[in-house]
Write a protein that binds this ligand. Structure first.
Ligand code: ADP
Ligand code: MG
Length: 259
């Protein structure tokens, strides 16, 4: 992970290969002897180091899709290739290990441990996640770097109850990047925040792409989704639009960053 000053930042956008390839993905559920489609035949790709939005109204299938991308839920049919690896082929145990290494999760309601300070919440993530390849004596420095990237290092010693909603979400972002996963997923991370704070949190998530992360951001907020590098729009479980940049006639994130 690069330092917040960005000095050591590599040219991460030099090549933007697909990090995730989703092909003909469907999910149905059985309820009262009926088969109900939740997602139908979804195909798209997510470039590496991209801020990618999954947009759509409530009930359109955004969380279901995200849960399949992170291997929490299984597709009924179709494929998800994550860095070339087929998630469907992995056992539950292998998926859990894979998720721990590859994905950091930011929740709508923060889900911090209330009795731990901001710093301790991030240290706990390092403890549970194996320390992101670092030695234990390096964890505190790593945790402070994560809090700095999330712009909440000044309040590292506060308990969640002493922080505003936006500040708590910053701690949750720091926690999500603690073990240095390549992908951050966030399901309605600003759904519980006022619009000004929501934009600030969005900016912080966007800034992580400058530090090598791919950020997958689920939101029903059209305005925020339109600021992503790329996006898909879902409606009633179907993909209705993809790739904001191409829709607006300009070059896609991938095309821009390949130049
Ligand atoms: P979103 O995140 O866009 O609000 P969801 O992915 O949570 O949408 O849900 C999409 C649709 O699937 C909704 O109509 C929801 O009620 C339904 N759904 C999701 N999971 C289940 C389930 N386990 N059982 C029944 N219906 C479900
Ligand atoms: Mg949802």
């Amino acid at each position: 992970m690069q330092a917040p000053d960005g000095k050591s930042e590599r040219n991460l956008h030099a090549t933007s290969p697909s990090l995730v390839e989703v092909e003909c993905l469907s999910r149905t559920i059985r309820s009262r002897n009926r088969t109900i489609p939740i997602l139908e035949n979804i195909t798209f790709t997510i470039p590496a180091h991209c801020l990618f939005a999954i947009n759509g109204p409530s009930g359109s299938g955004k969380s279901t899709l995200l849960n399949m991308l992170t291997g929490i839920d299984r597709p009924s049919s179709g494929h998800i290739l994550f860095c070339g690896q087929e998630l469907r082929a992995m056992s539950e145990n292998a998926l859990a290990r894979w998720r721990g290494r590859h994905v950091g999760i930011v929740f709508q309601f923060f889900q911090l441990i209330p009795t731990l300070t901001a710093l301790e919440n991030v240290l706990l993530a390092l403890e549970l996640g194996g320390g992101g390849g670092l030695k234990r004596r390096q964890w505190r420095e790593r945790a402070m770097t994560c809090l700095e990237l999330a712009q909440i290092n000044d309040l590292a010693h506060r308990l969640p109850s002493e922080l505003s909603g936006g500040e708590q979400q910053r701690v949750a972002i720091a926690r999500a990047i603690a073990n240095d996963p390549p992908v951050i997923v966030a399901d309605e991370p600003t759904g519980n925040l006022d619009s000004r704070t929501a934009h600030q949190i969005f900016e912080t998530l966007a800034s992580l792409t400058q530090h090598g992360k791919t950020v997958i951001y689920v939101t029903h907020d059209r305005e925020l989704a339109e600021q992503a590098h790329e996006r898909i729009d879902l409606c009633d479980g179907q993909l209705v639009k993809s790739n904001l940049a191409q829709i607006s006639g300009s070059k896609s994130h991938t095309e821009r960053t390949m130049q």
